[in-house]
Design a protein around this ligand. Sequence first.
Ligand code: SAH
Length: 252
Amino acid sequence: MNLSGVRIVLVGTTHPGNIGATARAMANMGLGDLRLVEPRVFPSPEATARAAGADAVLENARVYKELHEAVADCTYVVGATARRRSIGWPLLEPQAAAAALFEMQAGGPVALVFGREASGLANQELDHCQAHVRIPVCADFSSLNLATAVAILVYELHKTARPEQALAPAADGNGAEEPPLATVAEIDRFMVHLGEVLEKTGFLGSARTRLLRKLRRLFTRTPLQQEEVNILRGILTSVEQYGAKRKGNFGE
Ligand code: SAH
């Protein structure tokens, strides 16, 4: 699923540059539905300049007199607020807000609402939202620029939506399937095999357990493919065979 059901609403924006920068960030992150409630100036050359090519988002932007008109058809609305307290409403972290918006868009349009540069969203406007989201910032310099707040939150949305894209068929159009990954049981068997071989070579000394744990960490840092584990097992077998051919106890 993409983010086409997620709408960005800017309320009472004073600086047209922030509208342009919002359009740009939206286009960067795959969003296109921008609504403006009582912008001071719109359209404006400054907004177009700051959109840096995201003109389509500005051209399609619709203007309203009141917030409730801009979100009338939405099934879920989240208000972005710089304030720490949001009495009575869930105050979400950005990641949780993005996940909720992404999930809820399946049931109809959803909106993420931003307030005025100087005074944010009025209490009555915040009451129009089912939840509020606050970006955690440094307490001693906590004021975020409006378009910066938009960029951070639309990035969270993009991150939430991306796993679906990663599962899409390969871009080459051949639909080539990813090679199967090794299971935990296969990694376990490999680790046992590795332990046996390192025992025989004498590599494992007194710190046996610690070393094997470190090696397990190494081999589980990246998901290994079944074929890769088979290659590693093959290397271990060849070491065993080599040792068995030599005189001494190796291979027993
Ligand atoms: N002094 C205002 C700040 C307005 S900044 C206030 O008290 O609310 C303009 C808009 O950017 C805010 O209304 C909000 O939508 C968004 N914003 C700014 N900082 C934010 C933050 N830390 N978390 C979420 N949204 C933020």
